[in-house]
Design a protein around this ligand. Structure first.
Ligand SMILES: N[C@@H](CCC(=O)N[C@@H](CS)C(=O)NCC(=O)O)C(=O)O
Length: 212
């Protein structure tokens, strides 16, 4: 398998964690010409990372890639438990992609103080924090986000939180997690695969910001 990805990409980290937990060998390749380039779009038509190539089969969208991996390599399962627990896994993973992470991504335009719009940045950070507080009321770690074993939802958040731990202080904001999220963070970051992938994300992000 080839995973088109770069270490700084949070959505790529999600898939890398899933592959690592399942013990699947893959080659991580940066998108030729960069993401959205014609060269990369000749392989992965939408041009986003992560993109997966498994033999002749190519697919993108991190959630879809994760579910494809789950179906191809069912053990250990990242969607275990009954229908309700599996729905909770999927819900939290979508919550990450649709309602939490985009507010953090929107701050990228303001990393450089020279081109920063303080009002717009403040709005992004407020919305990110509000969703984080909402998440606290949505979870009941057991100790993972939906049950006793690590699942698709647990794969989605770690790299985003690693990124937030760097970006929020950069913007002068305190990183605040509620008690349930804090407990879950301690559990998930202790997982060796999560730790390895997020350590790489942290290094790459610090380099990207010119601080590493
Ligand atoms: N919904 C996509 C989001 C992935 C995404 O936004 N990737 C960024 C890099 S982290 C990208 O490829 N952007 C391409 C672009 O903006 O054209 C997924 O889950 O895979």
């Amino acid at each position: 398998m080839i995973l088109y990805a770069i270490p700084v990409s949070t959505y790529s980290a999600k898939v890398r964690i899933a592959l690592g937990i399942k013990g699947i060998d893959y080659e991580m390749v940066p998108p030729p010409g960069g993401y959205s380039s014609p060269e990369y779009q000749a392989i992965v038509p939408v041009g986003t990372i992560p993109g997966l190539k498994d033999g002749d089969f190519v697919i993108s969208e991190s959630e879809v890639i994760t579910e494809y991996i789950e179906e191809r390599h069912p053990e250990p399962s990242l969607l275990s438990g009954n229908a309700e627990l599996r729905a909770r896994q999927r819900f939290l993973a979508r919550f990450h992609d649709l309602w939490l992470e985009p507010h953090l991504r929107a701050t990228f335009a303001h990393v450089d103080p020279a081109s920063r719009d303080e009002a717009a940045l403040g709005g992004c950070l407020d919305r990110y924090q509000a969703r984080l507080e909402q998440m606290e009321s949505l979870i009941e770690p057991g100790p993972y986000l939906a049950g006793e074993t690590i699942g698709v939802a647990d794969c989605a958040f770690p790299a985003t939180f690693t990124l937030a731990d760097i970006l929020l202080p950069h913007f002068g904001r305190e990183v605040r997690y509620g008690p349930k999220l804090q407990t879950w963070r301690e559990t998930v970051y202790a997982h060796p695969v999560v730790r390895q992938v997020t350590d790489e994300s942290r290094q790459a992000t610090l380099q990207w910001m010119g601080a590493g």
